[in-house]
Ligand binder design. Structure first.
Ligand SMILES: Nc1ncnc2c1ncn2[C@@H]1O[C@H](COP(=O)(O)OP(=O)(O)OP(=O)(O)O)[C@@H](O)[C@H]1O
Ligand SMILES: [Mg+2]
Length: 323
């Protein structure tokens, strides 16, 4: 039964059940803002969805200490964003409410990621492979969106987005509602679309997803730069190596086949230590930080990103380099 529901409240209601069902070793964290918009949802189905995703996240820790984080947030889905998501049958751009469940577990190998929603697909000893098919069915029933990021050895993030129907959209949206998902705390709010660069140059971008590269190219070219694309880390390194001084900056996705962003980053910085490198990833910046503690990149770009996040980040990275 769909009625107006508050996602933070539904998550709070499942908390005792979640804690009872998973190992005490799991560091379960919640970030549930109070004044989310309501959407038409079936609370008992959403309970089920949360339990299935959190159970998977906890199982991914494989008995080792680790974190599972559950967060709700307002989010505006743009046409660009729809191009990048994992599942979006019939979804329309507009305001959504998001549920993000991330873990620091084993991750999903890239060659399995497209099978995890298949009924009976399981890599778990006693798994039946039914948890995610049920999640998919519930998301479909809510005309929602699924997005996910996973990196073997680092963790997995699932994002589930529920559309806010027109009659529930508040006319005077709460402040911040239209600029949601502000995950770069260090980004000053006035870092608006700065598209002026005195000396444009060449920027190398590496991402295995073509639509992501297209969006990046568009934004970067609008800012006056020339873009060269690579499909994975290996290609990025070999293009970079040909003429290392040519590049103003490099943007590397973290999760790529053949060579991931972390390895490509090391190789590129070994070739030229001072080149600005931005690491793009769907993981929270804090989780990525750990991975780059010994050798930090110039900046992180949280995916999915808004076009102005990217243009602001590029101008910030380049201006700090020029300074
Ligand atoms: N957070 C995650 N981290 C790593 N792998 C995951 C994660 N979530 C799902 N998977 C992978 O997807 C597979 C399918 O998940 P699903 O929930 O459908 O089945 P299951 O957990 O194996 O069994 P069941 O949920 O029926 O007990 C899992 O076996 C696992 O390989
Ligand atoms: Mg499961």
């Amino acid at each position: 039964m769909a009625r107006p529901v508050d996602l933070s409240r539904i998550v709070r209601e499942t908390e005792p059940l979640l804690r009872a069902g998973i190992s005490k070793e799991v560091d379960l964290q919640f970030d549930l803002p109070e004044n989310l918009q309501k959407f038409y949802g079936d609370a008992s189905q959403i309970h089920q969805l949360i339990v299935n995703l959190v159970t998977n996240a906890a199982e991914a820790l494989e008995g080792k200490p680790g974190k599972v984080r559950i967060r709700t947030y307002p989010f505006t889905v743009t046409p660009d964003y729809l191009e990048q998501v994992f599942f979006r049958e019939n979804a329309e751009p507009g305001p959504y409410v998001g549920l993000e469940i991330s873990d620091t577990g084993c991750g999903i190998p890239p060659d399995q990621i497209h099978r995890i929603f298949d009924p009976f697909f399981s890599t778990r000893f006693s798994g039946r492979g039914l948890g995610l098919p049920v999640v998919l069915g519930i998301v479909r029933g809510h005309k929602g969106i699924i997005h996910l990021y996973s990196e073997p050895g680092i963790g997995t993030t699932f994002k589930i987005l529920f559309p806010v129907a027109a009659d529930l959209q508040e006319t005077a949206a709460a402040p911040g509602y239209l600029t949601p998902n502000q995950t770069h705390e260090d980004e000053s709010p006035d870092a608006e679309e700065t598209t002026e660069h005195p000396e444009p140059g060449q920027i190398l971008i590496a991402d295995d997803e073509t639509p992501v590269r297209q969006v990046m190219r568009e934004v970067i070219e609008r800012a006056g730069f020339t873009v060269t694309e690579a499909q994975d880390g290996e290609e990025a390194v070999s293009i970079f190596r040909q003429d290392p001084r040519r590049w103003r900056a490099v943007i590397l996705d973290l999760t790529m086949p053949r060579m991931n962003g972390r390895e490509a980053f090391d190789k590129i910085r070994d070739i030229r230590e001072d080149v600005p490198v931005i690491i793009a990833s769907g993981f929270a910046a804090q989780d990525i930080d750990l991975q780059f503690r010994d050798r930090p990149p110039s900046a992180f770009l949280q995916k999915p990103f808004r076009t102005r996040d990217l243009s602001a980040l590029i101008s910030r990275v380049l201006s700090s380099q020029d300074a």
